[in-house]
Design a protein around this ligand. Structure first.
Ligand code: MGD
Ligand code: MGD
Ligand code: MO
Length: 710
């Protein structure tokens, strides 16, 4: 985007860039409206004894947090404090947050909303290719691929600028096939739309590979020289008879055959998955099934071909590389790898033995809050789990049971409403940083104006808290005030308990270890990531600016970056990609007499995520003012429901109420609701908290419900 500051007002305009080709979606156009929105937070809020959130000074708010954290850790140990991050944070903030958890709090408990998002594709990509980069090729390659298979992706609504590449692809004579239980705006543009029952994508993929095998479409040379583990997959998919998969999924054999042929006979082909295929308790295996298909057809590493995952949030890719994940250190390193610990501890100036071990994935973390063995304090940076977490009523009650909930946000999100302390932070246009897009391309985001008075950046908040936790001097500069004249001002030390138990964290975090200048943080991130899978050592802000972004891995400042991966080898120990034999299994919750319908969830064009931001933008609110339940007219008939009637969708976990929207484009056995609204229309009151055993991804995309007129 180009951002203009004309007469102090910020205007958002699209910029001609290879990824978006000058396009920008409506949420981008209107994003500036939130900068000066009346709901914008400009002062910290602290809950008073009567239970009301009241304005407070930064010192009061930060002291309250630091005292609370220290008291809780003294009484219950370091792991009694947890951190929850977000894929919208810049690389610098994601990195600083992970470091803050491990070095300042010394807790193992940190995870983030990316666990709801790309974690299943990430895990499948890692185990097959040895690396998790959403697209291993530039997005522009899409426009040149012969056959494009989109599985559980609706980019016409969720990534409109990407559709230009699809239009290009079709104009060049390419074929588009979309797999979605709904005839979406994306599926309407397809040559072929497969409309499976939710949760059957794995079986569909195995049937496609079965057909490719029987029709001789496999690239034998590629399989022999570039992969390992095919035999087990061949034996597994032999059992996936197309007719049986038709009965299971509802996708006609003829369509399965047409899809396998379109992929297997094209000069180039791409298979891309998104949340529809991934947000399942078998999401990792489902993605593996599509990766298997891509490998058997010899696609990864070939021109304009391969497997990829469409990223979600602004920094969905970078946010998952630098340590917000419970098992991760910067550079996509594993926290239980001794060499990784030694390297990162060296950069952080701590003893590797002091770094905590792995924590638990997001839902397990949230579900453990306030329970006897779980954390008693939570710091949230960049997420609104009261709306976006699965089984949200339960998560909400866990949050309410905490001794201390801290939310850093620029708006009073539904989660902030529950907090003991809310910290007002800067927005995108008010701070510098970098983001890494779905192509693994590191991009600059520039500050256009300083934050409003009273607002601090996330980096400053972390530095100030680290300083307080350390009983050490506060940082010399803060963005909303001049540097203190005596940079060594010491805060009053909180009295230590007389006989500290041995799990008390030793005060040891020098505040200068938490720099507040994002450029300085990025320089440190480069060193911490050096030698890791996501190696940023050769990426500098200057290089990003002069080159329209830099693709990782980029280990050498003078060496090349990596727009395309896998041309000759895969970053696995053997240099070959690995097949994984995977079997279909039913959804965690199957339909029954009491809950006879399938429920799935997703997004609409005009709203973003938990809606905390977009519900406040007038034009977006007008376009999509409230939640709804989409159902087929035949189903509506049976239920006695007319267009606009309020319906109740109930699962074993809870219910939602919203107006019915009748549409012949959805399967008659499935109902759909977007998850952008809180309150009665909250889709996540209904969703299932069953998790993928490998990735920890919740099963957002299928559960069993009953629907009736409210
Ligand atoms: N407008 C808008 N754009 C967004 C966002 C937003 O909130 N609003 N969020 C961003 C983020 S973080 C993300 S992760 C991306 C998500 O981008 P997408 O993955 O494209 O979005 P979803 O709507 O969650 O899911 C895509 C489709 O999956 C289908 N689906 C449901 N169940 C199944 C199933 O079992 N199998 C298959 N094959 N399909 C199924 C749904 O009908 C839906 O059309 O969008 C990003 N862009
Ligand atoms: N049923 C169902 N539920 C889902 C999904 C689904 O498909 N179906 N999709 C899941 C997916 S893919 C995702 S990504 C999640 C997203 O869901 P959430 O994690 O709730 O994401 P957002 O709504 O973007 O919330 C971000 C919050 O952080 C604030 N914020 C934004 N930028 C910053 C920043 O730089 N610093 C700080 N401190 N705060 C900031 C925003 O104001 C907002 O309140 O939802 C998941 N939930
Ligand atoms: Mo996402």
């Amino acid at each position: 985007m180009i951002l203009r500051d004309t007469d102090g007002r910020i205007e958002v305009r699209p910029r001609e860039f290879p990824t978006n080709r000058g396009g920008l979606c409506q949420k981008g156009w209107t994003a500036a409206e939130l900068l000066d929105h009346p709901d914008r937070l400009t002062t910290p809020l602290v809950r008073d004894p009567s239970g009301t959130l009241r304005p407070a000074s930064w010192d009061v708010a930060l002291d309250r947090i630091a005292d609370g954290l220290r008291t809780i850790q003294r009484a219950h140990g370091r792991d009694a404090v947890a951190v929850f991050g977000g894929g919208g944070l810049t690389n610098e903030k994601a990195y600083a947050l992970g470091k803050f958890a491990r070095v300042a709090l010394r807790t193992r408990h940190i995870d983030y909303n990316g666990r709801w998002c790309m974690s299943s594709a990430a895990a499948a990509g890692l185990r097959a290719f040895g690396v998790d980069r959403g697209l291993p090729f530039p997005l522009t390659d899409l426009g040149r691929t012969g056959t494009l298979l989109l599985v559980g992706a609706n980019p016409a609504e969720t990534m409109p600028p990407l559709m230009r590449h699809v239009t290009d692809q079709r104009a060049r004579g390419g074929r588009l096939i979309v797999v979605d239980p709904r005839l979406t705006a994306t599926a309407r543009q397809a040559d072929l739309h497969l409309q499976p029952l939710p949760g059957t994508d794995l079986a569909v993929a195995n049937a496609l590979l079965h057909i490719a095998l029987t029709e001789g479409l496999i690239d034998r040379e590629y399989v022999a020289t570039r992969t390992e583990g095919f035999d087990a997959v061949r034996r597994t998919v032999a059992g996936y008879w197309p007719a049986e998969v038709e009965r299971l999924s509802g996708v006609p054999v003829a369509d399965l055959e047409a899809t396998a042929r379109a992929l297997g006979t094209a000069d180039s082909a791409m298979i891309l998955t998104a949340r529809g295929a991934e947000q399942h308790a078998k999401g990792v295996d489902t993605v593996s099934a599509y990766v298997n298909l891509a490998l058997a057809l010899g696609l990864p590493g070939r021109p304009h071909s391969g497997y990829g995952c469409l990223t979600g949030q602004g920094n969905g890719q970078g946010g998952r590389e630098h340590g917000q994940k419970s098992d991760q250190l910067p550079g996509y390193r594993k926290i239980d790898d001794p060499a990784a610990r030694a390297h990162v501890a060296g950069v952080w100036g701590v003893d590797p033995a002091e770094l905590p071990g792995p924590g638990v994935p997001a839902y397990q973390l949230l579900d453990s809050l306030g329970t006897p063995d779980g954390p008693r304090a939570l710091l949230v940076f960049g997420s609104n789990p009261v709306v976006s977490a699965p089984r949200a009523a339960r998560v909400e009650s866990r949050l309410r049971g905490l001794d201390l909930l801290v939310v850093a946000d620029f708006l009073r999100s539904e989660t902030a409403e529950l907090a003991d302390v809310v910290l007002p932070v800067a927005q995108w246009a008010e701070e510098d940083g970098t983001m890494t897009n779905l192509e693994g391309r590191v991009l600059r985001r520039r500050a256009l104006r300083p934050p409003p008075p009273g607002v601090r950046t996330d980096l400053t908040v972390l530095a100030e808290l680290a300083a307080r936790l350390d009983d050490a001097p506060v940082p010399a500069t803060t963005p909303d005030g001049p540097a203190p004249t005596t940079p060594t001002t010491t805060r009053p030390a909180v009295p230590a308990p007389r006989t500290p138990p041995d799990h008390v964290p030793a005060p040891r975090t020098a505040p200068d270890r938490f720099p507040t200048d994002p450029r300085v943080v990025f320089a440190e991130l480069r060193r911490a990531s050096a030698g890791g899978v996501a190696d940023y050592a050769g990426v500098s802000w200057d290089r990003i600016e002069s080159a329209d972004g830099v693709f990782w891995p980029c280990p050498d400042p003078d060496g090349p970056d990596s727009p395309r991966l896998f041309a000759d080898t895969f970053p696995t120990p053997s240099g070959r990609a690995r097949f994984h034999a995977v079997q279909h299994r039913p959804a965690a919750e199957e339909v029954c007499a009491d809950y006879p319908l399938h429920f799935t969830t997703g997004r609409v064009l005009a709203q973003y995520q938990s809606g905390a931001q977009t519900r406040r933008v007038a034009a977006l609110h007008r376009a999509a003012p409230h939640g709804f339940v989409e159902l087929h007219p035949d189903l509506a008939d049976r239920l006695g429901v007319a267009e606009g009637d309020e319906v109740r969708v109930a699962s074993r976990r809870g219910e939602l109420r919203a107006p019915a929207r009748l549409s012949p484009t959805i399967r008659p056995d499935t109902v759909f609701a977007p998850f952008h609204w809180p309150g009665a229309a909250r889709a996540n009151s209904v969703t299932n908290d069953a998790l993928d055993p490998v990735s920890g991804m919740p099963e957002f995309k299928i559960c069993a419900v009953r629907v009736e007129r409210a």
